[in-house]
Design a protein around this ligand. Structure first.
Ligand code: ITT
Length: 192
């Protein structure tokens, strides 16, 4: 089967292609002629993930999966959540976003948080969502230079390194995105 992964990130596409080689052909957005920016107008991560996959399926008539992710902080009632990419403003600065989180949690003892990824698969016969989470705590300062987003201030439970202090391979073993992707892959490999 030919499937679209609704992303322009070639690295992500190649990774999935390698897992499904011989079973399915994975196309990126550019490969199916989709050059417009996909809208993310919903107020949940689940909603945005569905909006992207459903739009591509209906517009380009190709089975599609799309992902959306965010950081949910318990003491902030789940914020930044679906607004993670632009929490501190439309400049979408990872540094500004982290600084805002640190200032909002100043003097707060409860520093529990989780990353969440939701992948939505839409085909002619079904719509299904796959979720992955990673629990941890928000530190009081940034540590490490790897990864992206909120990685320097996120310490996964059971580890003494932030996600930004891990190698890409280490992060990929435990990440919310990897867990959601693994669930999707299990379904896709058994798919005709
Ligand atoms: P695309 O939607 O274009 O793929 P994005 O930056 O919006 O890019 P996501 O939807 O996956 O990426 O995530 C939204 C934001 O959540 C992202 O900008 C980060 O601020 C944060 N985030 C998601 N996954 C993260 C991770 O693994 N480490 C750190 N921050 C992450």
């Amino acid at each position: 089967m030919e499937l679209c992964f609704a992303t322009n990130n070639l690295h992500k596409i190649q990774e999935v292609q390698a897992i499904l080689a011989g079973r399915h052909t994975i196309r990126g957005l550019a490969d199916i002629g989709c050059t417009e920016e996909l809208l993310e107008e919903q107020d949940t991560i689940h909603g945005n993930s569905f909006q992207k996959a459903d739009y591509v399926f209906r517009t380009y008539s190709v089975p599609c999966f799309a992902d959306d992710s965010g950081l949910e902080i318990e003491a902030l009632d789940g914020a930044p959540g679906v607004h993670s990419a632009y929490f501190a403003g439309p400049q979408r600065s990872h540094q500004d976003n982290m600084n805002l989180v640190l200032s909002k949690l100043n003097n707060t003892d409860n520093r529990k948080a989780q990353f969440r990824t939701v992948i939505t698969l839409v085909t002619p016969s079904m719509t299904q969502q796959f979720e992955g989470t990673l629990n941890g705590t928000i530190l009081t300062e940034k540590r490490g230079a790897g990864g992206f987003g909120y990685d320097p201030i996120f310490l996964p439970d059971g580890y003494n390194k932030t996600l930004a202090e891990m190698s890409a391979e280490e992060k990929n073993q435990i990440s919310h995105r990897a867990k959601a992707m693994e669930k999707l892959m299990k379904v896709l490999v058994s798919f005709k």
